[in-house]
Design a protein. Structure first.
Length: 293
């Protein structure tokens, strides 16, 4: 097991998954605190890196495309303070961070986890029911219905129609944009057979955001809805992919697992002999295999 604890949060890796817990420091963003602890399976990872600065650095996780509904719904627009897959590391803990990074990399190498995209979400998304008030309204989601209610700041043309309730079965997509500079952000739901190019301030299926403190929390609503929609990789022109699910692989016995580790050692040796792995990479990978044995 590898662990690193900082004011910004704590990360624990047990060989199969990473447990990411936000810190209680006042500088930890509201979004990360509300999102809470995340369990990231090893199979959802594409990589890990450590960036070192003079006073502090960052551990960064790179997830496989399509693994997390939060990242998909926000389209890579979460800024550093709100990104749950980054951890600020003090310079005197770089040694621990390097060890943590090596442990995760070794596990990815040993388990031969591919870095390509996935066809189903490997993280569940935020828990429901969920309700967030920001911008010109309140967005609530109970797992089956989305309800949009307006406040006194809503444009009259949008507020006149009253509160809006959308069945999840009628929603084909969700999009979250933060406010940037003088441009307002929004949370918008795409509804079946109702395409629109109306600006968010007039769109009854959108909440307009102005860059205030609670705006990023709307990303949680977006992610909770996205997690319950058909995965983008399994759709074609909006129609669900009809291919059958592949059967789960059989559970390996302890003897089979031991044989697999021996085969992996031979594979690593061959990769080392042919120059694919450096001496250091081979030593780290070999040590990880021997630990499992």
């Amino acid at each position: 097991m590898a662990e690193i604890i900082q004011k910004d949060g704590s990360w624990i890796f047990d060989g199969d998954a990473l447990r990411l817990t936000p810190g209680r420091d006042k500088n930890v963003s509201l979004l990360r605190r509300e999102l809470g602890e995340l369990i990231v399976p090893l199979g959802a990872l594409a990589g890990i890196s450590l960036e070192q600065g003079k006073k502090s650095g960052r551990l960064r996780l790179r997830l496989r495309d399509g693994a997390d509904p939060l990242l998909h719904a926000t389209g890579g627009r979460l800024t550093e303070p709100h990104d749950p897959y980054q951890l600020i590391v003090e310079s005197d803990r770089y040694g621990v961070a390097e060890y943590f990074t090596d442990e995760v990399r070794n596990a990815l190498l040993l388990d031969q986890v591919p870095s390509g995209p996935v066809t189903e979400y490997l993280l569940p998304g935020p828990a429901v029911p969920l309700s967030v008030s920001a911008g010109d309204g309140t967005a609530s989601f109970d797992g089956e219905r989305i309800r949009l209610e307006w406040n006194w700041k809503t444009e009259d043309a949008k507020a006149a129609a009253g509160a809006r309730t959308l069945a999840l079965t009628d929603v084909t997509g969700v999009e979250w944009h933060p406010a940037v500079g003088l441009e307002n952000g929004y949370l918008r739901f795409a509804v079946r057979n109702a395409p629109t190019s109306t600006p968010p301030k007039y769109d009854p299926n959108a909440v307009e955001l102005w860059g205030f403190k609670k705006d990023p929390l709307m990303a949680l609503v977006a992610a909770a809805v996205q997690a319950r929609l058909v995965h983008p990789a399994r759709t074609a022109d909006g129609v669900a992919d009809a291919r059958p699910e592949l059967p789960s692989p059989p559970v390996a016995s302890a003897e089979d697992d031991h044989d697999a580790l021996l085969r992996r050692l031979r594979e690593l040796g061959e990769l080392h002999r042919t120059g694919v792995l450096t001496d250091d990479e081979f030593a780290l990978a070999k040590q990880a295999v021997l630990k499992r044995m």
